[in-house]
Design a protein around this ligand. Sequence first.
Ligand code: SF4
Length: 358
Amino acid sequence: MSTTHAPFKSGIDLSPKSRAAWRVAQSGVWLVGAAILTCLLFFPPVGLILFWNILIPVAPALFVVAVGVWRNVCPLATTNLLPRTFGLSQKKKLTAIQLGKLNLIAVILLFALVPLRHAIFNNNGPATGLLIITMAMIGIGMGFVYEWKSAWCSGLCPVHPVEKLYGGNTFAAIPNAHCLECQNCVVPCPDSTPNIHPISSKKTLYHQLSGLLIVGGLPGFIWGWFHVPDESSVSSFRTLLSVYQLPLVGLVASSVVYIIVSMMVPAKYEQKLISVFAAAGVSCYYWYRIPALIGYGKFADDGLLYNLSNLIPVWIIPIIHLATTAFFFYFLVFRKPNNQSWVVRPPFAAKEKMHPLV
Ligand code: SF4
């Protein structure tokens, strides 16, 4: 049975019935993920649409509203946690410095990989498939060594910084369908800490840098990314560099704005400022992404899901801009912080079984 630890709110055990239901959901989403991966490798035109133009465009909104659902069913997480689920992990704990380093590398990976979509991944299914396989192999490797989600899902995964930025005021906490007992393997645990954000922990310089880069840099990075066209092939190093220019200019510009504003705003408003930048990032994403999906993109067929430009009048686009921006600012900035975590922390493991905090 669990022991409670004062600073944390401990949850309840999942009933066998709901654990079974989550296992079914995880298996279903895992099969969908495996099918998309197969398409990417062997039927690239289908795989690219499924992955880049359906799954990925849904993800940011899901992170805002219910990131816990994604954390429970993400196929990569399910795969990477298999060693732990089957009792094959050494269950080691990361030190705060190690975790800070992983968080910083995750942000750098995000900013390094996303521009490569224009150069390679958006038009190359096997390359995208290999990227996913590489991440799975690294994650599984880490899962054999480190406890629960600490090393990959809350450490090195390049999607995690975005989850942490957008998931600051989710709709409601749902059960944790992965960790059987809480081993306190990440402090603070992003899944179990109410209204978590990327600067919740300032333990080390690595934590601070990763927080600053993702909060300040992401909105500008997204803006810059949408102003770069997809390349059909990368013929020179210059072309490769060109996909980084605008995203990096945007990243630096919005980071500078964030640093200046954060120096002017009292510390008690830090979380509000972070939520403004989160809302700006996700609003900017959908500002460009939804029109591109339906044939009103900046660059012809880039990011096109289905061309509806003959059916949908062009004046709908500003309405979509207004509606999505209003929604995300309401949800993240104007809504009161609801003191909810992404998922409910499972009962703590008995103290003698828990690894000491480092
Ligand atoms: S809930 Fe506990 S065991 Fe699971 S990832 Fe968070 S800290 Fe680690």
